[in-house]
Design a binder for this molecule. Structure first.
Ligand SMILES: C[S@@+](CC[C@H](N)C(=O)[O-])C[C@H]1O[C@@H](n2cnc3c(N)ncnc32)[C@H](O)[C@@H]1O
Length: 322
């Protein structure tokens, strides 16, 4: 889910997207704080990818406590919003999701954008669709808009998504989808000619620590020559004071400045908190070093950009979680 938090306004003004933060001049491009060791414990405790609610009885206790306190119920907020929109024909004006950042910044979007036809996609995403093909893995496929556009152009697409609601909707729309993360898929999923991280899903790279693991894991679903397409907002292009403040706090906490810690709300539901990463192309270039991927093309559109990475060699890093 894009943070959708700022000053990027799409042509129809239906969607505002925003990024995280600027990098001050003179700083290293990728500044993973040297203080990681000291801070890691605290950061982990707050990490969004570490579920904030434990499994089983502990999880039920958290849900019960939130209900009692009148807070949101832990659940598939994004997927339920997609289901609601799908039931209304995928049309605008029926279903909304709100991104809540951990500084309290809120952004609401009409989820009908996730049902857009190809000619309604942002131009840099259309650029990707024209280049992708063959056997395609769509990571975080949502309601399947990119998978469908590519299948219509003759590609053989497999989606993966962690949201039960997204899996339900994209299957209803004819997309072959597997539930879960890429890391959870076995070798029988095979290897792909193209991999997609669209809808700003380069954000799933999450952090300096997670990015090489995910990229190396994706390299194992790929062959030399496979292309990975993703998009991001360039976080160095915002001047919004809330985001500038957030950037500074990220730095103070030892996180990349474009990190956005957030959860998705829909009605009384809220997902777990998670980290989503907005990167400058330079930061991305540094994060891919040693993973086997190289940036081969970039297409910019205002604050947004799409990137093509090509797998030039088997990944060398030894991931711990993939
Ligand atoms: C912003 S939406 C983008 C959906 C789609 N790519 C699009 O642009 O229409 C992000 C999607 O990624 C899924 N997602 C989040 N984390 C994921 C993960 N680790 N692995 C697979 N899917 C994930 C979410 O459930 C959601 O459907």
């Amino acid at each position: 889910m894009p943070v959708m938090a700022a000053d990027h306004v799409r042509g129809d003004a239906r969607i505002r997207r925003g990024g995280a933060c600027d990098r001050p001049p003179g700083r290293p491009v990728v500044h993973c704080s040297g203080g990681h060791g000291a801070r890691r414990g605290r950061q982990r405790a707050r990490s969004a990818t570490t579920p904030t609610a434990p499994a089983g009885r502990g999880r039920r206790a958290v849900i019960k406590a939130e209900r009692k306190a009148g807070g949101p119920v832990l659940g598939d907020g994004f997927g339920e919003a997609l289901k609601e929109c799908w039931a209304a024909g995928g049309k605008a004006g029926h279903s909304y999701a709100t991104v809540e950042r951990d500084d309290g910044f809120l952004f609401t979007t009409d989820v009908a954008e996730y049902f857009d036809e190809l000619d309604e996609h942002e131009r840099h995403e259309q650029w990707v669709i024209k280049r992708a093909g063959g056997r395609v893995l769509d990571v975080g496929c949502g309601a399947g808009r990119h998978a469908i556009a590519l299948a219509q152009r003759g590609a053989d697409v497999v989606g993966v998504d962690t949201s039960p609601g997204a899996v339900y909707v994209s299957r209803q729309r004819g997309v072959r989808v597997l539930r879960g993360t890429v890391e959870e898929q076995g070798d029988d999923i095979g290897r792909f000619d193209c991999i997609l991280l669209l809808g700003y899903n380069l954000g799933l790279l999450e952090s300096c620590q997670k990015a090489p693991q995910l990229l190396s894991g994706l390299a194992r679903k790929a062959n030399v020559g496979t292309r990975l397409f993703g998009n991001s907002l360039n976080p160095a292009m915002t001047s919004h004071p809330d985001h500038l403040r957030y950037r500074e706090e990220n730095r103070r906490q030892g996180r990349l400045p474009g990190t956005s810690r957030m959860r998705i709300r829909h009605k009384n539901l809220a997902t777990d908190w998670f980290d989503y990463l907005y990167l400058t192309p330079e930061e991305l270039g540094e994060l891919v070093v040693g993973t086997g991927w190289e940036i081969t093309e970039i297409e910019t559109e205002g604050q947004s950009y799409a990137v093509e990475l090509t797998l030039t060699q088997a990944g060398r890093r030894s991931p711990t979680s993939v």
